[in-house]
Write a protein that binds this ligand. Structure first.
Ligand code: AMP
Length: 188
């Protein structure tokens, strides 16, 4: 199963990704987690990425595409994977298609978790108190949301045209949201 988990920041992608990875035994590939790891171990990539992440801007496409290109070739991704936080632009989505078609592969489903903006800001400010992420501050969150609506959300029509987009209502408990996702995945 090759899956894209899609949705605005704070939609609960990370939480749901962990549950999905557990149940479906699929590699969980989170570009945000990979970039944060690079930031915390002082890698060159981290220094570059941090300057964008702190402002809530997207890291340049060529950097992210390179990371994903290497990552999906790793052993644990050979039987499928779940992308969390990638693709975020049309250029990234096109690059992903090219990478996969080169290996005669394709994405089976895109699951988009839908949550309203007011709820997102509230949720992320709560998360900031617990995790202390630099990019969870209110002005940065609002910019991340703008970036999502302008650059990332258009990808929904890109995948709807391929008939693989599944919109999931993202409100309710973690279990309720997972139940809705599971219904889609178990029918693939
Ligand atoms: P996330 O944890 O997925 O919300 O990602 C945190 C930050 O990492 C984003 O606000 C971006 O600055 C950067 N980032 C993560 N994934 C991508 C991507 N696919 N393209 C560009 N920037 C990304």
């Amino acid at each position: 199963m090759r899956l894209i988990l899609f949705g605005p920041p704070g939609a609960g992608k990370g939480t749901q990704a962990n549950i999905i990875a557990d149940k479906y035994k699929t590699a969980h590939i989170s570009t945000g987690d990979m970039l944060r790891a690079a930031v915390s171990n002082g890698a060159e990539l981290g220094v570059l990425a941090k300057s964008y992440m702190d402002k809530g801007e997207l890291v340049p496409d060529d950097v992210i595409i390179g990371i994903i290109n290497d990552r999906i070739k790793e052993e644990d991704a050979q039987n499928g994977f779940m992308l969390d936080g990638f693709p975020r632009t049309i250029a990234q989505a096109n690059a992903l298609d090219e990478m996969l078609s080169g290996a005669s592969q394709s994405i089976d489903a895109v699951v988009s978790i839908e949550v309203r903006d007011e709820v997102i800001v509230e949720r992320i400010l709560e998360r900031q108190k617990i995790e202390g992420r630099d990019d969870d501050k209110e002005d940065v969150v609002r910019n991340r949301l703008n970036v999502y609506r302008n650059q990332t959300e258009p990808l929904k029509s890109f995948y709807a045209e391929k008939s693989i987009l599944n919109e999931i209502h993202g409100m309710g408990t973690v279990d309720e949201v997972f139940g809705r996702i599971d219904e889609v995945l178990s029918n693939l």
